[in-house]
Design a protein around this ligand. Structure first.
Ligand code: UDP
Length: 316
């Protein structure tokens, strides 16, 4: 297959490109590089089945005939999407329309990277796909949450009105190599702080929970969904749930750091709890994650250590 990956220079997008190439497909990656980075794709520069195009998918685009469109373009960390709030809303609306138009034009399948943020600050726990969520439509996170909810609506409409063969994954917190060290997300923040001996900044009292999925598990689940016939939203994430305070302690343990923990104010509308109900992915796709948090942190350690050292060398 010839496959298009929007957001192909991002954390998940670039891992997806690798996985698709290793399955034997040709991949064209498109990215406007506002949060994506070409360094994530440097290792593919001699790969004849891979092509990178720098472009903003908020404008109409055409990369020639493709058989599958994976729409992964979007700032995804709370810090990034709040800095790039308007761009986030645009890529979730105009960008999603344009990506779906490519799929419609070529009769290609379409895969939307959606998010657990669709559930907002959930009142149902763990979150099954049937839960409609609890999102503040005008709060600071709404630029991302509503853009993704809108993306799900447009994707569902193209299926209904234009017969585009669509899939929707709801991705829960994912981590691993190629995350940006400065994107503000909790694992890169804690790793960087632990490796440089700074205090780990726990927001609020640290009792809010998240469930962290290692990137290889996430990509395996995404591909299983992509090759399945399921078109309704499907959660892919790791149900192992940790408070953020526990997470900080695990990072200190894995890095062997002497860093302390410092408490800072909780950002507005920060979800109090999050854990995927993955019954559907298990029964329908035969998928479940294999890598627990401690193992995943150990697998990520070399990457974060090297990135911290490189950043220190650059900033002197
Ligand atoms: N968080 C924290 N310290 C940090 C960064 C994040 O305590 O340095 C918390 C944040 O408030 C949230 C959780 O960690 O409760 C996960 O934050 P992240 O930005 O990784 O993603 P989210 O799940 O909120 O989208």
């Amino acid at each position: 297959m010839r496959v298009l990956v929007t957001g192909g220079a991002g954390f998940l997008g670039s891992h997806l490109c690798d996985a698709l190439l290793s399955e034997g497909h040709s991949v064209v990656a498109v990215d406007n590089l506002i949060t994506g980075r070409t360094i994530n794709l440097d290792h593919l520069s001699r790969e004849p089945r891979f092509e990178f195009r720098e472009a903003d998918i908020c404008h109409e685009f055409d990369c020639g005939k493709v058989d599958y469109v994976f729409h992964f373009a979007c700032p995804a960390s709370p810090v990034d999407y709040m800095v790039h709030g308007i761009a986030t809303l645009k890529v979730g609306s105009a960008g999603t329309f344009n990506a779906l138009e490519v799929a419609k034009r070529y009769g290609a399948k379409f895969f939307l990277a959606s998010t657990s943020e669709c559930y907002g600050d959930p009142t149902v726990h763990p979150q099954p796909e049937t839960y409609w969520g609890n999102v503040n439509p005008v709060g600071p996170r709404s630029v991302y949450d509503e853009a993704k909810r809108f993306s799900e609506a447009v994707t569902s409409a193209y299926r209904r009105y234009h017969n585009v063969d669509t899939r929707i994954v709801r991705i829960f917190n994912t981590y691993g190599p190629r995350m940006q060290i400065n994107d503000g997300r909790v694992i890169p923040n804690f790793m960087k702080q632990a490796l440089t001996g700074e205090d780990l900044t726990v927001y609020g009292d640290g009792s809010q929970t998240r469930s962290f999925c290692y990137v290889s598990d996430e990509i395996a689940g995404i591909l299983k969904l992509a090759w399945s016939d399921e078109h309704k939203p499907t959660n892919i994430g790791n149900p192992g749930e940790f408070t953020i305070l526990e997470c900080a302690k695990r990072v200190i343990e894995v890095t062997g750091s002497k860093s302390k923990i410092r408490f800072e104010p909780l950002p507005q509308d920060d979800p109090k709890q999050r854990r995927p109900d993955i019954t559907k992915a298990k029964t329908l796709l035969g998928w479940e994650p294999k890598i627990d948090l401690m193992t995943g942190l150990r697998l990520s350690l070399d990457y974060f250590r090297e990135t911290v050292q490189k950043t220190a060398a650059v900033t002197g």
